[in-house]
Design a protein around this ligand. Sequence first.
Ligand code: FAD
Ligand code: UDP
Length: 375
Amino acid sequence: MKLLVVGAGLFGATVARERALKGDEVDVIEKRDHIAGNIYTEEIEGIQVHRYGAHIFHTSNQKTWDYINQFATFNRYTNEVIANYKGEIYNLPFNMNTFNKMWGVVTPEQAKHKINEQRSKMTGKTPQNLEEQAISLVGTDIYKKLIKDYTAKQWGRDPKELPSFIIRRLPVRLTYNNNYFNDLYQGIPVGGYTQIVEKMLNSPRIRVQLNTDFLSNRDMYLEQYDRIVYTGMVDQFFDYELGTLEYRSLHFETEILNVDNFQGNAVINYTDSETPFTRIIEHKHFEFGKGNKNKTVITREYPAKWEKGDEPYYPVNNSENNHLFTQYRELAMKRVPQVAFGGRLGLYRYYNMDQVITAALQFLNGDFFKVEENN
Ligand code: FAD
Ligand code: UDP
């Protein structure tokens, strides 16, 4: 079978590798000048720099963890994020250290009491949006200092207009545990993420072409390939004919500094409204200070409005957009049944890396390729 994979990110690479192992000849095209999509890392001053924002691998799915471990050894990095609110420092995610700093409470019982006091207006109500969900989880003080402005900066809209699931990504704990994630497994791949994708694509049956945009030659590709797996934006594939899905973009500003240690932590979030960026990443701390002792590399992450032509980093999964996505899905099934849409953009989902791998493996077990095999 002639298979084309559009996009050399994690979804595309997983599909390409697994189909090549089954004997398919796979062409992978990628419009950027490098593989690995948004998990791309590159070495600068002996440090693996995450070009598209901090990427920490975490999962509770044993199969997915075993899968990714074929391609890398993971270090024991645990993400412990610091929040800086106008110079006040708090631990994230919301835990006893946060509550102690905010209110002086010491025991879980005292913290619970304080949260209950502050969430009383939510008693018996189901949270309808991110603001209500946040207040219902951690009360008004934490909402005001650590969530409201950060969220408004990140998404470019009031938290009242955002779905509540976004804030449920963060754990709330009545323990002194600063781990940003609840998952069983977590770490950073030694040597970075790019080499993982390199290994996945390293097969005599896979040909990768960079700087190649599917949409510049759509008809030719549709004609030439039996099956296409498309990991770009589904609305762009159809020239936005049903309307435009919303995305959120980012702008990254990376700097090499002549100091050993700039901020003392890998990730510091700036949760006030005046600071224009949301976070600063200091990459060497993902690898416990590895690299040049007199230099460090930092990246400021600025949220940005997405417009056609910008990088679409985040889908905005409110009900209108999700509904429009469903319509695109139906259109795709009718008009181009030989094309499967996958990954964060093709499926329009706020997927983490492990979810992308899990989704790709599930997709590979589905019917899309079986039709061809049965013929
Ligand atoms: P992508 O990596 O976006 O790959 C799609 C590829 O398709 C891109 O390379 C693109 O250039 C290419 N493409 C698109 N259209 C075309 C076209 N027409 N022709 C040719 N090529 C095309 N996940 C975690 O698990 N942990 C984290 O800590 C984490 N942090 C994140 C931080 C940020 C700032 C962001 C934005 C995401 C983060 N993620 C994290 C999520 C992670 O990046 C994604 O889950 C994963 O990269 C998605 O892989 P993908 O293959 O679906 O998409
Ligand atoms: N969030 C917040 N304050 C923080 C960190 C996160 O209010 O200091 C909220 C914000 O709405 C964000 C969401 O929690 O979009 C999820 O955070 P996460 O760190 O998972 O975001 P991502 O890494 O995907 O950008």
